[in-house]
Ligand binder design. Structure first.
Ligand SMILES: [Zn+2]
Ligand SMILES: [Zn+2]
Length: 354
């Protein structure tokens, strides 16, 4: 089968590899849709960042590059391994693409996203979904509610990232929020905030266009064009001169982090979710004088089912509006990765159909 494999910086290749074998306790899935993630682009442009190298194979998978990419996916079960109960051929499913040891204190308490051996399928090994088939253990498989499509389920992954960040932020419905970055994760946070009843949500980006359209379509109360407006001033103008209660920073850029710290109110929170290609600089005196907390948020844990339920019961609607392009796997390098590098402002999410 064809698979997109990460070899190194600016080096991803469509290659012919063997179909994965279905082992006991796993199911084989025909991938319907897989989204290209911002973290895929970070690996492509600045990696290997999360991708293990021969010097440091991943502790759980033992794998290292070249590795098949793709982790935001959904599809159809085509084969079940020995000992699999409750899942059958033909089931439409989303896959929570996370690997963790299952035995440490964090895994046992449900916070498997901070397991010391944590990694993502499609990043650290375990196969990837920019391929026709993938085999995964059953505990990662979520059958779709009848009304949820595999396209929506592929888009649920960035919403789960947002869902977890909203939980980490401890925001209350009456609080104000600012999201810096209107790409897929920024839009995922916006969707999660609105689905969970937060009243005022501003979204800022340096690029307007389709990102502004998506932010407004998903209910942003204010779009700030950061190329012409100062984000902090625009937010203070709408939040009683104090700033936002919670700011979500997803861009992984120094200017965006500075804006986030500036735009947060005293005793507020800045939720940090980006993958950084370089170290950021933070003036702790500024945090001190505002008693501002920086709260990191990584991936998600035990939240996939909640997001799928929110899609099924209508708290989340119109997810397809995140999609700016759908392409076959054969076009992924030029029509997907390079397209996002060269025309980022024309896209929110590109979905790939293997
Ligand atoms: Zn992702
Ligand atoms: Zn663990």
């Amino acid at each position: 089968m064809q698979a997109l494999r990460f070899h190194g910086r600016r080096d991803v290749r469509l290659e012919d590899i063997d179909e994965p074998a279905t082992r006991a306790g796993t199911v084989k899935i025909k991938v319907h849709w897989c989204g290209i993630c911002g973290s895929d682009l970070h690996e492509y442009l600045g990696g290997p960042i999360m991708t293990p190298t021969p010097e440091a194979p991943h502790p759980l998978t033992g794998e290292y590059l070249p590795l098949t990419m793709g982790h935001e996916f959904a599809g159809e079960i085509v084969e079940t391994g020995d000992g699999v109960d409750g899942l059958t051929v033909g089931d439409l499913v989303a896959v929570e693409p996370l690997l963790f040891c299952g035995e440490c204190d964090f895994c046992r308490s449900g916070s498997y996203n901070v397991c010391p051996s944590f990694g993502a399928i499609g990043v650290v090994g375990g196969g990837g979904a920019f391929a026709e088939f993938i085999t995964v253990p059953t505990h990662l498989v979520h059958p779709l509610p009848p009304s949820v499509t595999t396209e929506q389920a592929a888009l649920a992954e960035p919403v789960c990232v947002g869902w977890h960040a909203v939980s980490r932020s401890a925001i209350e419905p009456g609080d104000s929020a600012l999201v810096i970055g209107a790409g897929p994760i920024g839009i995922g946070i916006l969707i999660a905030l609105k689905a969970r009843g937060v009243g005022f949500v501003a979204v800022a980006d340096r690029i307007a266009g389709v990102r502004k359209d998506a932010a407004l379509a998903f209910g942003a109360d204010l779009f700030i064009d950061a190329s012409s407006e100062r984000i902090g001033d625009a937010v203070r103008g709408r939040t009683g001169e104090l700033g936002a209660d919670v700011v979500f920073e997803v861009a992984g850029a120094q200017a965006a982090l500075d804006d986030a710290i500036d735009a947060a109110r005293p005793q507020g929170r800045v939720v940090s979710m980006a993958v950084w290609e370089e170290s950021a600089v933070v003036d702790l005196n500024v945090l001190l004088l505002k008693e501002l907390a920086i709260v990191p948020s990584l991936a998600y844990a035990n939240e996939y089912a909640a997001v799928l339920d929110a899609i099924a019961d209508g708290r989340i609607t119109g997810l397809e509006r995140m999609v700016s392009r759908r392409i076959p796997l054969a076009e992924i390098v030029e029509g997907g990765f390079e397209e996002l590098v060269q025309r980022r402002g024309d896209h929110v999410k590109i979905l790939v159909h293997p």
